[in-house]
Ligand binder design. Structure first.
Ligand code: TXE
Length: 515
């Protein structure tokens, strides 16, 4: 492997299995959670090996940054086209180690391609020097411009929910900004990331510009100790540890953390469509999406009808092992221990008086959980307060929009939210009351498919994140360059202080600001 610091190539023993990792100290075995079969192995890098990897990325950075933006964009375009041509292999790795349905893997790859397309096109204008307008007395004779420079080496630490999108995908703006990048994929799903990074070199990308450090938490820690900025997606607890470690070195740190995203269904909504929305956004990718619908609040007058529609939909879904196109809707969990968390949330709810109208138990595949609709839920239950990150849709009746807003905001999280109504103006008014980084009316989550839009959480859902001009700017250090025309410049207020110039200054302040 060229770009991946492996001693052996990641191998794929079987095409229809899913992944989970164990380490023997030096090597990570990537296993299928459904069967336990070993899919491949990658190194479990220690601190010294991570330091060496970052040193390689650092050595490659000046030449990469020295290329014109258009030349970097050309590399990214070639990479995108190669990813598409070799999509069969990427999808095979992705599906095998995550166990996702084909469509969830395809959508993930599609988003990665779209992001590559986007960043290669917008980088030029976003990185161009930006003249800054200044006003006031001190601005006279000065021209100011903002320039953007890469940090150097950026570390991207990703989770197992979207192995390529949240590692390679988040590397793209940083690469376009002239950084080199070391990705640290989840130890549960490192194979697809490793394979995708290989393709960067195969597409003509320079060596050591995009590297992959495989390993677990201590590999991630070592990465933070050596890179110049870190982008992290994962749990709140680990996000806090990442921020603290980055804080020790005072390096920039972007965090995209968990969510408990509410969906509010108002009585005038297209109920049939809203129910399909709840099912789609609650259960796509097995509910293992930080922006998944994790709780639903429905105005009481339409509550029963809405619940019936959701239950009908969920019962029609096909649950089974990952397969070919159009064969299955929900599969097993990507990371087997997550099944225990999902089950604990459902059991807690049932013990406190909730009813599971579908599912409510493990299966039908190993390491899976049946798609579950919970009713009679309240905020004393874990399923309404903690991130479940699984195929569970708790639905709660509320008196009106005000109560829905109050419940939605009664959360430590604030990633995204959605409002469903036939009245766009009312939808927008409710949206503005919700404590979340993004609120969608009559849809959910899909804003994240639009890289033009900035995306970041409120409260414990993160700091910064991805998308928008902000993502490119985050990947840069900014420098303000100010040039002064010296001819005839009064240099007011300079030492030594004299009564006459002080009086002039005072008069000018009075004229400008005293009226
Ligand atoms: O995430 P972690 P886990 C949620 C979900 C799940 C929980 C835990 O609720 O139950 O998080 O999942 C690396 N320094 N989400 O344990 O620990 C780790 O190797 C640096 C939400 O998988 O946050 C992996 O690459 N890095 C989420 C990455 O951090 C460290 C998606 C994420 O691991 C580290 C997945 C450390 N000290 C789970 N410790 C979302 N928001 O999308 C671990 N890592």
């Amino acid at each position: 492997m060229g770009t991946v610091a492996t001693t052996k190539e990641p191998s794929l023993a079987s095409s229809d299995l899913t992944g989970a990792a164990t380490s023997d100290g030096g090597t990570l075995l990537v296993r299928a959670p459904r069967t336990g079969e070993v899919l491949g192995e990658v190194p479990d890098l220690d601190a010294t090996q991570v330091a060496e990897l970052v040193a390689r990325a650092r050595a490659a950075q000046p030449a990469w940054a020295g290329l014109a933006v258009d030349a970097r964009a050309e590399v990214l375009d070639r990479y995108r086209r190669l990813l598409w041509r070799r999509r069969g292999e990427v999808l095979r790795y992705l599906q095998a180690e995550s166990g996702k349905p084909y469509e969830d893997a395809l959508r993930e790859l599609g988003l990665l391609l779209d992001w590559a397309h986007h960043w290669s096109r917008v980088a030029g204008p976003l990185l161009a020097d930006e003249p800054l307008r200044t006003r006031g007395l001190m601005a006279v004779g000065r021209r100011s411009v903002r320039t953007f420079e890469p940090h150097g080496v950026v570390g991207v630490i990703g989770p197992w929910s979207f192995p390529v999108m949240l590692s390679i995908g988040d590397a793209l703006p940083a690469l376009m900004a002239g950084n080199t990048v070391v990705c640290k994929p989840s130890e549960v799903t490192p194979l697809a990331t490793a394979m995708a990074a290989e393709l960067f070199v195969a597409a003509g990308g320079p060596a050591d510009v995009l590297l992959v450090a495989t390993g677990g938490g201590r590999t991630g820690e070592a990465l933070i100790d050596h890179v110049d900025a870190v982008h992290f997606t994962g749990s709140v607890a680990t996000g806090r540890a990442v921020a603290a470690r980055a804080g020790q070195r005072l390096i920039p740190c972007a965090l995209e953390l968990g969510g408990k995203d509410p969906m509010i269904v108002l009585a005038d909504a297209d109920l049939e469509r809203a129910a399909r929305g709840a099912v789609n956004y609650g259960l796509a990718n097995g509910g293992q999406i930080c922006m998944a619908v994790e709780r639903v609040y429905v105005e009481r007058e339409v509550y029963e009808r809405f619940v019936d529609l959701v239950v009908q939909q969920v019962r029609s879904l096909r649950v089974g092992p990952s397969g070919g196109p159009g064969t299955v809707d929900v599969t097993g969990m990507i990371h087997p221990p997550q099944v225990d968390i999902v089950d604990a949330h459902v059991r807690d709810a049932v013990e406190r008086g909730a009813r599971a109208l579908t599912g409510g138990r493990r299966g039908p595949v190993a390491a899976g959980y049946e798609p579950t609709v919970l009713v009679d839920v309240d905020h004393s239950m874990r399923c309404m307060r903690e991130e479940t990150f699984g195929p569970v849709i708790p639905i709660m009746a509320v008196r009106d929009a005000d109560e829905a807003v109050g419940r939605a905001n009664d959360s430590e999280y604030g990633l995204t939210a959605s409002v469903w109504t036939d009245d766009p103006a009312r939808g927008k008014a409710v949206a503005r009351q919700l404590e979340a980084g993004t609120v969608t009316v009559n849809d959910a989550m899909m804003h994240s498919a639009l890289p033009e839009l900035p995306m970041g959480g409120w409260k414990t859902s993160g700091l910064g994140g991805r998308g928008g001009a902000e993502a490119m700017r985050w990947a840069c250090r900014q420098r303000i360059v100010q040039v002064l025309r010296t001819t005839g410049h009064p240099d007011l207020g300079w030492l030594p202080y004299r009564p006459r110039s002080s009086r002039t200054l005072e008069r000018l302040f009075g004229l400008l600001y005293g009226r």
